[in-house]
Design a protein around this ligand. Structure first.
Ligand code: BGC
Length: 931
C-alpha cells in the first residue's frame, strides 16, 4: 500500500514536471560576447553574442530569440534595451549573433540578456544578465606616452645591438584622487612585459601581459576596472616592466627582436560623481629605477632576483622616490593598440611535490609528478648573500640529477639571493619554464617537500573535453595530450615550453588543431592567432613558418609547405568548430594570397619552386635510429608532400569563398583544385593506386585531402595498409601524416589496424612513450628509453604536441564525436564510436559552442550500450555498430520512427539514425530469435 502511494506520488510529480515544463522548457545559460564572459575593453564594433540552451525534454530547440542590450543594469532589469532590442526574432541561431544596435563608442558599457522561445512557442525566462565594455577605439583616445628608463635607452629605442639581459624597471607615479569617484578604468600595456599595482594591490590576475604579438604592427592593451583600488587622497601607481618577447632573447633572432628597451604605457581614467573626467597619463613626470631586485628576467633563461636590492615599500604612497630618475617619454607611433581577443595567461592549477630527493649533498630535487608549464614558488631557508639556484628540467638522469641537455641554450634557471637569514618566499614574474623536476641548491637548511609548489599557467582557453575509458594506458595518453596542449598555449600555439625555441610553429598547430579544439575552446585563441599570422605574412603572400615571426618574414622562415598552410587550415578548423564566418572573412584575402603565391611560382601545379626551408614530413621514420628499423623509405617525396598541401589549401580557399558568398573566387579555386588534383594524380599516382615513393605518408595525405580518384580509394587504402605491414604494423610517418594515417585507416574501413596502432606498445608508438614514463607527448617516439637513455639532446623536447594529434582519432573513433562541415559549430554532428582494442567502456564529454554533449558506451558480452546527449537546438546522426541479427533498442524500447529518432539506414553491421536533442540510451542485444 505504502509502495503504491509512493508510486502515485511519483506519477503526480512527474505530471507536474511535465506541466511545468510546458511554460519554460528551455533554459538559457553561458552568455558570451566574442567568446568571452563579460569581456572588458573590446574593440570589436559589432560584437557577436552566443548562449547555450538546456532542457530535459527531447527534441527541444529554439524557434525565436530576443536580445536586450542596455546602457545600465537598471535599464536591463526594467527590460529596456536602449542600445538594442531585437524584438522577437524567428531564428534557431544561438551563436554568432551580430550586435546591430546603436553604434558603440570608446569606453561604452553594455549589459545584455536574452530569452528564447522553444519549439512549441513557449517563452523561456530571461537569462541572467551579462555585460561587456568597449576600450579605446581610436588612437586619438590615447593621451599617454610610452615611457622608459633613460639609463636603459642605450642607443635608440629600437636598436638591436644589446647582448646582455636587462634588469626590470620599476616605475612610480603618485596622484591625488577626489573622494567622489564613480569609476576608475586603467588601460595598460608595455613593449615588454608588465605587472602593475595601485596602492600596492595587484591590478588584474593576468601573467606575462600584454603577451606576444607582432609588436611592430600591433600591441595588445588590457583594460581593468580599478574603481575598488583607488581611494580619496594620495594614491600611487607602481609598475614593473621586463624584456619579455619584445626585447629579450628569441631563437634565430637573438635579443631585441622588436626593440631595445622595454617601455610602459598606461592611461588611468576617472569618472567623478558629477560626470567630469580626469586622466592620469604615463609621461615624463613618472619616476623610474632599474636598480631594483630583479636583475634579469628572460623568457628562456629565467629570473635573477637579488632581495638585497629590494626597495621596501616602493609600491606604497609614502615611499621617497626623490632619488629616482624621471622617465623618458615617447609619443605613440604607428603601431596599433588593440584589445586582447583571447583569454589571458593565468594560473590554472598548483602541483605539489610528489617526491623529494637529494642526489648529491645540498642538491635537492623536487618531483612534481607531471611535466608542466609555469614556474614554482619556493619557500625555504636562505643565507643572506648566498645565491639559491632553482633549475627546471623535464626529466632526471639515471643518477637522479636533473637532465637539462635538451634545453639547449635555455637556462630556465631562477636565482634568488636572500637579504636576510630565515625563511624566504620567491616566485618569478617575467619568465616561464617547462618542467617536472625542480633542482634547488644554496639553501641554508634541508627543505621539506612542501618547499616547492608548481604553479601551472597558460592561456586560459576553457577546457571543454573529458575523456575516460577502461584502458588506463589510453587514459594516460589522452592526459598527456591535454597536458601538452596546456604547456604550449602561451599566447601563441607553441612547439614546446622548455628549450630555446617556444615559437608558434605553424606546422605543429596545423596538425594538432582539431585535437586542440576537442580539448579546449580555442575560438578566441585562434582569432588572435589568425591575426598574428596575417600580421607576419610576407609581401609576396608567403605565410610565416611561425607566428608571431620576430624576424623578417620577407627574408626567411616563411613559405614552407604544411607550415604556411596553417594560415588556411587553422581558421578553417576553427570555422568547423565555432561556425565563425567572420574569421573566414578576415582571413580570406590572406589565404588567397598564399595559394596565389604557390600557384604563381608553379604554373604547372606541382609545387617545385618556393618551398623555402621545406621541412617536409618532419620527424618521419627516416629520422628513427634503431637497429631493426629501415634507414630509408619513410620520407614522402617533397614535391608530392608539398603539392598535396597546395591542393588542400586551394580547396579550402574555395570553401571559404562559398561561405562568404564570393562566387567568382569559389569557382576559380574549385577549378584550380580540380586541376591540381589532376596534375597530382598524373605525376604521383599510378593506375593501380600506387604512389611515388610508396610511403605511408603519401597515401595518408592523398586520402585525407581527397586527392585520390574515388575508384582508387580502396586500392590506395590497401597500399597504405601494406606499407604499415612493411613496418610490422607501425607508423613510419612524420608530424604531418601520423594522425592523418590513423584517421584514414578508420575512415576507410580498417578500424582493427587503427586500434592496433593506438594500442601498440612496441617502438615506435604512443604507448611506448607512456610505458617509458611520459606524462606529456614527446617530440620523438623514443625521447627517453628505459635502459638506453635520452635521444639526441639537440632535438628532444618532452613536451611537443605534434604526435599528440592522435587525440583527434581518439575523439572521433573511441568517443565517436565528429563535427559536420555542412552545419558547422556542432549545429549538427555525428556520433559514431568504434569500440575496439579490448576497451570495454568509454565516457566522452564535450562542451561545444552549442552546449554540452556526451557520447559514452559500454560493452557487455559483446553488446553495446550507447548513452548520448545532444544539446537543444542541435541534431545528430548516430551510427551504431550492430551485429547481424541483433536488435537495437532505445531506453528499452524497440526503435520506431518518432519525431526524435528517424531511422535513416539499417545496414547489416550498423544502424544510422537521425536524432533530435536530448538524452538517449541505445542498446544492441541479441534478437529474440537468436536467444
Ligand atoms: C620545432 C618543430 C617545428 C620545426 C620546423 C622544430 O625545431 O620544434 O616542432 O615544426 O622546428 O621543422
Amino acid at each position: 500500500m505504502q509502495r503504491l502511494a509512493l508510486g502515485l506520488a511519483a506519477i503526480l510529480l512527474w505530471q507536474f514536471a511535465l506541466n511545468a515544463s510546458a511554460a519554460t522548457t528551455l533554459e538559457v545559460a553561458n552568455l558570451r560576447c566574442e567568446y568571452q564572459i563579460d569581456p572588458n575593453g573590446m574593440d570589436v564594433l559589432q560584437p557577436r553574442l552566443s548562449w547555450t540552451l538546456a532542457s530535459l525534454q527531447r527534441g527541444q530547440k529554439q524557434s525565436a530569440f530576443q536580445v536586450l542590450v542596455a546602457r545600465s543594469p537598471e535599464m536591463l532589469r526594467r527590460n529596456e534595451g536602449d542600445l538594442w532590442d531585437t524584438g522577437k526574432v524567428v531564428s534557431d541561431e544561438s551563436i554568432q549573433i551580430i550586435y546591430k544596435g546603436i553604434p558603440l563608442n570608446s569606453r561604452s558599457r553594455a549589459w545584455w540578456k536574452v530569452r528564447v522561445w522553444d519549439k512549441d512557442g513557449n517563452v523561456s525566462d530571461w537569462s541572467e544578465s551579462s555585460r561587456w565594455s568597449m576600450g579605446l577605439l581610436h588612437q586619438s583616445d590615447w593621451h599617454s606616452d610610452w615611457i622608459a628608463d633613460p639609463a636603459l635607452l642605450a642607443a635608440s629605442p629600437t636598436a638591436q645591438t644589446r647582448t646582455n639581459p636587462l634588469p626590470a624597471t620599476m616605475l612610480r607615479k603618485t596622484f591625488q584622487s577626489e573622494a567622489a569617484l564613480r569609476r576608475a578604468t586603467a588601460y595598460v600595456t608595455a613593449l615588454g612585459l608588465y605587472e602593475v599595482r595601485i596602492n600596492g594591490q595587484r591590478v588584474g590576475d593576468q601573467l606575462l601581459a600584454p603577451e606576444w604579438t607582432s609588436y611592430s604592427n600591433r600591441v595588445q592593451y588590457q583594460t581593468y576596472d580599478v574603481t575598488g583600488l583607488v581611494r580619496g587622497g594620495t594614491n600611487v601607481i607602481t609598475a614593473l616592466i621586463g624584456e619579455g618577447w619584445y626585447a629579450g632573447r628569441l631563437m634565430a633572432v637573438g635579443r631585441c627582436a622588436y626593440g631595445n628597451t622595454p617601455m610602459f604605457l598606461m592611461q588611468l581614467e576617472f569618472e567623478l560623481d558629477d560626470g567630469s573626467r580626469k586622466e592620469i597619463l604615463t609621461d615624463s613626470t613618472w619616476k623610474v629605477n632599474s636598480n631594483g631586485p630583479m636583475r634579469a628576467a628572460g623568457i628562456y633563461d629565467g629570473e635573477t632576483f637579488d632581495a638585497r636590492n629590494e626597495r621596501p615599500g616602493w609600491d606604497s604612497q609614502n615611499f621617497d622616490d626623490a632619488s629616482w630618475t624621471a622617465a623618458t617619454a615617447f609619443p605613440l607611433d604607428a603601431r596599433q593598440l588593440v584589445w586582447q581577443r583571447n583569454e589571458p595567461i593565468r594560473f590554472e592549477q598548483d602541483l605539489s611535490c610528489q617526491k623529494l630527493s637529494q642526489p648529491r649533498p645540498g642538491t635537492f630535487v623536487f618531483d612534481l609528478g607531471q611535466n608542466m608549464v609555469g614556474w614554482c614558488r619556493l619557500r625555504a631557508q636562505g643565507t643572506p648573500g648566498v645565491v639559491v639556484t632553482i633549475r627546471h628540467a623535464e626529466a632526471l638522469n639515471d643518477d637522479g640529477t636533473v637532465y637539462t641537455a635538451n634545453l639547449r641554450g635555455a637556462l630556465q634557471t631562477d636565482y634568488y639571493t636572500p637579504a636576510r637569514t630565515g625563511e624566504f618566499t620567491f616566485e618569478p614574474h617575467f619568465t616561464y619554464h617547462g618542467f617536472r623536476f625542480v633542482e634547488v641548491t644554496g639553501l641554508a637548511a634541508p627543505p621539506t617537500a612542501e618547499a616547492v609548489l608548481g604553479r601551472v599557467f597558460h592561456s586560459a582557453a576553457p577546457a571543454v573535453g573529458g575523456f575516460e575509458c577502461s584502458d588506463p594506458a589510453l587514459n594516460r595518453l589522452m592526459r598527456n595530450v591535454m597536458w601538452t596542449e596546456r604547456a604550449n598555449l602561451m599566447s601563441s600555439p607553441n612547439d614546446c615550453p622548455q628549450r630555446d625555441e617556444r615559437f608558434g610553429w605553424m606546422g605543429d598547430i596545423q596538425a594538432f588543431a582539431q585535437t586542440a579544439m576537442f580539448n579546449r575552446d580555442l575560438a578566441a585563441f585562434c582569432t588572435k592567432f589568425a591575426q598574428d599570422i596575417r600580421d607576419d605574412q610576407a609581401l609576396d603572400g608567403r605565410f610565416p613558418d611561425f607566428a608571431p615571426h620576430p624576424g623578417d618574414p620577407n627574408a626567411k622562415f616563411s613559405g614552407v609547405p604544411a607550415w604556411g598552410d596553417a594560415g588556411v587550415l587553422v581558421p578553417w578548423c576553427a570555422y568547423l568548430n565555432y561556425a565563425d564566418r567572420r574569421l573566414l572573412a578576415e582571413q580570406f584575402d590572406s589565404a588567397q594570397r598564399w595559394v596565389d603565391y604557390i600557384h604563381t611560382l608553379n604554373p604547372n601545379l606541382i609545387w617545385v619552386k618556393g618551398r623555402n626551408n621545406d621541412y617536409n614530413d618532419w620527424l618521419n621514420g627516416d629520422w628513427i635510429k634503431a637497429a631493426t628499423w629501415p634507414t630509408h623509405g619513410s620520407s614522402v617525396p617533397n614535391e608530392l608532400f608539398a603539392t598535396a598541401f597546395f591542393a588542400h589549401s586551394t580547396e579550402l580557399v574555395a570553401k571559404m569563398a562559398d561561405q562568404l558568398g564570393r562566387t567568382e573566387q569559389s569557382l576559380r579555386y574549385r577549378k584550380l583544385f580540380a586541376e591540381i588534383k589532376d596534375a597530382f594524380n598524373e605525376r604521383f599516382v599510378t593506375s593501380d593506386g600506387t604512389m611515388t615513393g610508396d610511403t605511408q605518408a603519401g597515401y595518408a595525405l592523398a586520402l585525407a585531402f581527397e586527392l585520390m580518384p574515388e575508384k582508387l580509394r580502396a586500392a590506395a587504402t590497401a597500399h597504405l595498409v601494406a606499407a604499415i605491414h612493411q613496418y610490422h604494423d607501425h607508423l613510419s610517418t612524420g608530424i604531418q601524416t601520423t594522425h592523418r594515417a590513423i584517421l584514414e585507416l578508420s575512415r576507410n574501413g580498417y578500424q582493427d589496424l587503427a586500434w592496433q596502432l593506438i594500442t601498440n606498445r612496441s617502438f615506435p608508438s604512443w604507448l611506448y612513450m607512456v610505458d617509458n614514463g611520459a606524462t606529456t607527448i614527446w617530440e620523438r617516439w623514443d625521447g627517453y628509453v628505459k635502459g638506453r637513455g635520452f635521444q639526441d639532446p639537440g632535438m628532444n623536447s618532452l613536451n611537443h604536441w605534434a604526435f599528440g594529434a592522435v587525440g583527434e582519432w581518439m575523439w572521433r573513433n573511441i568517443v565517436g564525436l565528429n563535427p559536420d562541415e555542412v552545419q558547422p559549430g556542432w549545429k549538427h554532428f555525428t556520433i559514431a564510436p568504434h569500440p575496439g582494442g579490448g576497451v570495454t567502456w568509454c565516457r566522452g564529454e564535450f562542451n561545444s559552442i552549442h552546449g554540452p554533449m556526451e557520447s559514452s558506451w559500454q560493452l557487455s558480452s559483446g553488446d553495446l550500450t550507447l548513452d548520448v546527449l545532444i544539446p537543444p537546438n542541435t541534431t545528430a546522426t548516430i551510427i551504431i555498430p550492430v551485429k547481424p541479427g541483433s536488435k537495437l533498442t532505445e531506453s528499452g524500447k524497440t526503435i520506431s520512427r518518432t519525431t526524435e529518432i528517424q531511422v535513416s539506414q539499417l545496414e547489416p553491421d550498423r544502424a544510422i539514425l537521425e536524432v533530435a536533442s536530448g538524452r538517449y540510451r541505445f542498446k544492441t542485444s541479441p534478437s529474440a530469435s537468436n536467444q
